[in-house]
Design a protein around this ligand. Structure first.
Ligand code: HEM
Length: 400
């Protein structure tokens, strides 16, 4: 063998070694699924299917996949396989019938960075803390938001402020979105902070701008990218950084409110959610998530979960009624006949407004405002839609 043949053989060996290493890496990253795992499209090594997802409307791509693979399918985001469930029957099966199997939220690098520390708010906590905090929040929303309390009156008052703000536009075209956001957020402010803000308040406007931004980015492909490649994304510039900066601003505004509440807290007369939480914190010595940091995060979650969703629903309502004039006329006629043209609607009128009630339900069904639910994980080996979904081994210990 000549010297040239030897060099060629060495290069060939290096090439073979390199190819085997790449193949092994791909094999490792695309580890075989367990038998009967939900099907899904082929994915790139390391990247998975992240770049197949259309950045503006990820749910459209996922709906197309459901047409191909059925209502339970899987895609890979970075190294992690995520099972998607589509269609109301299968979603109901997963989160209602099998609620206990899918009740937990998985570890998310994005959430861990937003909710730094040990607290995880309402949405992303797990286990006993989640159960206790969720029950507490529901009870307080009922107490401070129930019809017999002054809440119904406050909602009526807020709708007057909204009407006045719209009338000030004197019939000129205007963007209703900020006004709807202010009105809806003010209802949450009444429940959480015990007060409303003037629509011209710069701090209030800034807070809502941050809120809209966080809600939009958390539901975008940027959040998926961050959770798929956290070590890379945290060093890169891009819209995902807005999730963290806007959340920090929101947390700071809420912290100011919490401190304001502490100054004149009357344990025998809680005025709102923050007061009730501070009283519970004393009673429980800061246990089960009743601490100052978690209070801020729970308030943040109530704003994130309650204001964008409701405001977007109202926006869809406007669009559908504008585009379906005959339906708008029927709603108008029913309201005029039952309530009269000048009185304000009350919850007590609801049973007598069946057509309007049906239209509101249809708006909620059509205006698909939360097309992608927050992620859940399988707490144990489970079968869904005939497919096997194994228990998820948490990457990091969940906050419980
Ligand atoms: C049209 C209005 C609304 C829609 C469409 C909506 C929709 C949703 C959806 C889809 C979830 C996720 C549930 C899951 O993971 O299975 C959720 C969770 C939640 N929502 Fe709403 N929501 C609305 C209004 C509100 C309001 C007004 C509040 C409170 C002020 C609120 C508070 C919450 C909270 C705290 C959670 C987290 C629950 C948990 O993980 O335990 N939502 N909402």
């Amino acid at each position: 063998m000549g010297i040239q043949d030897l060099l060629l053989l060495l290069d060939l060996r290096r090439l073979l070694l390199f190819t085997s290493a790449v193949l092994l890496l791909i094999y490792f990253l695309n580890k075989k699924d367990p038998p009967n795992f939900p099907p899904g499209p082929l994915s790139l090594p390391i990247l998975g299917n992240v770049f197949n997802i259309e950045s503006q409307q990820p749910h459209i791509y996922l709906t197309k996949l459901a047409d191909v693979y059925g209502n339970v399918f899987c895609i890979r985001l970075g190294r992690h396989k995520t099972v998607f469930v589509s269609g109301w029957k299968m979603v109901k099966e997963a989160i209602v019938t099998q609620a206990d199997n899918f009740v937990e939220r998985p570890y998310s690098p994005m959430v861990t960075r937003i909710y730094s520390g040990n607290s995880a708010g309402l949405f992303f906590s797990n286990g006993t803390v989640w159960r206790r905090q969720r029950r507490f929040a529901m009870a307080k929303l009922r107490t401070f938001g129930r019809a017999e309390s002054s809440m119904e009156q406050r909602i009526c008052e807020e709708s007057c402020y909204l009407q006045e703000a719209m009338e000030r536009k004197r019939g000129e075209p205007f963007d209703p979105v900020p006004l709807l956001n202010y009105a809806v957020a003010n209802i949450i402010c009444q429940i959480v902070f015990g007060r409303r803000f003037d629509y011209s308040d710069r701090n209030f406007q800034g807070m809502l701008k941050n809120l809209t931004e966080v809600a939009y980015l958390e539901g975008s492909v940027w959040a998926l990218l961050y959770d798929s490649f956290p070590s890379l994304m945290k060093h890169l510039p891009g819209p995902h950084n807005g999730i963290f900066s806007n959340s920090k601003c929101l947390e700071a505004s809420i912290r100011v409110e919490v401190e304001r509440h502490k100054l004149d807290l009357d344990p025998s007369n809680p005025r709102d959610y923050i007061d009730a939480f501070l009283i519970e914190k004393r009673r429980r010595n800061g246990e089960l998530g009743f601490d100052d940091e978690n209070l801020v995060l729970c308030c943040l979650d109530l704003f994130l979960a309650g204001s964008e969703t409701t405001s977007k629903t109202l926006q869809w309502g406007l669009i559908y009624l504008i585009n379906n004039r005959h339906i708008q006329d029927k709603v108008h006629a029913e309201i005029d006949a039952v309530i009269g043209p000048t009185s304000q609607p009350r919850m007590a009128n609801k049973p007598n407004l069946p057509y309007t009630d049906a239209v509101i339900h249809e708006i909620q069904r059509m205006g698909n405002i939360v097309p992608l639910n927050g992620l859940r994980m399988a707490a144990k080996d489970t079968t869904l839609g005939g497919y096997f979904i194994p228990k998820v081994l948490p990457l990091k210990p969940a906050v419980t």
